[in-house]
Ligand binder design. Sequence first.
Ligand SMILES: NC(=O)c1ccc[n+]([C@@H]2O[C@H](COP(=O)([O-])OP(=O)(O)OC[C@H]3O[C@@H](n4cnc5c(N)ncnc54)[C@H](OP(=O)(O)O)[C@@H]3O)[C@@H](O)[C@H]2O)c1
Length: 288
Amino acid sequence: MKYLITGATGNIGSLVTTRLLQRGEEPCVLVRDRRKARKVYGDRVEIRVGDLTWPAEQLATVFEGSEALFLINTGPDLAQRDANCALAARKAGIEHLVKLSTLDVTTGIGTGPWHARGEAAIRRSGVPHTFIQAAAFMSNALSWADSIRTDGALFSSTGDGKIAFIHPGDIADVAVSALTRKRAQETPLVITGREALSYRDMVTAIGAAISKPVGYKALSDAQALAGALMWADRAYAEALVDIWRAVREGRLATVSAGVEQQLGRPPRSFVDWIGENIGAFGGKATRS
Ligand SMILES: NC(=O)c1ccc[n+]([C@@H]2O[C@H](COP(=O)([O-])OP(=O)(O)OC[C@H]3O[C@@H](n4cnc5c(N)ncnc54)[C@H](OP(=O)(O)O)[C@@H]3O)[C@@H](O)[C@H]2O)c1
């Protein structure tokens, strides 16, 4: 099977590419910057340079020769990119398109509407597809590291609401499982972590792992928006505040059996993830 992986210099795409390599596959990656990809993969993958904002005809020449496509698009215009990619995939004869989407397609919260429009365009294209509708990633908690290290606290507008963050490794395992099955799965793969936790629960667990108390400080939506605007554009910052409000109101506490159904094992826990990332929070890795 000839796999073409997008987002291969990012969080999930790099895990998917590495897992395919470990299975003895020879994936190609589509990247904007050849040198950046070389730094990550050396000569282990074929690198195709392209940009997912290109029109379909141009993208089709980059997709050519691939059988399965792992698609990651980001940002407020991702639906348009998904639509172009789907047309390009059809032109290039891609047999299976696996899209990283979001659980919020079903709730309409945050980036959900962007991905819902992207999914609709892919469905219309007629390209056989599988949608992975993932919950929020545990790796989002890396953005808490600075305030945990500096202030010993997390500042958030999520209140006591809960959410079942998913381990990035589980998303990659599900993606590889979908890609290597070689056939589309009609029903979207809805995947979450094993349990819904409040942000206070999660920072308390981080505190236990680094042997320092970590507090939770409540923010209003307006304060949370002001904070997000310091590093994100307005559309993304507003989407984030929308998600945090939904967490607070208990609208994002879904726990699905998707990982277990697809992989035959339970999802990794948040404590597992902390153990792997403890250095980011100022803790020391322990030998097992
Ligand atoms: N974070 C969450 O909690 C969450 C939850 C559910 C779903 N999602 C979805 O997951 C996706 C993000 O996945 P991620 O965290 O793995 O992403 P990421 O780490 O931000 O990486 C994005 C990747 O996309 C590439 N890219 C960006 N624009 C491109 C373009 N125009 N052409 C080609 N490549 C381009 C980047 O390449 P460069 O190296 O060139 O920048 C990078 O490899 C989004 O669709 C998001 O909505 C996120």
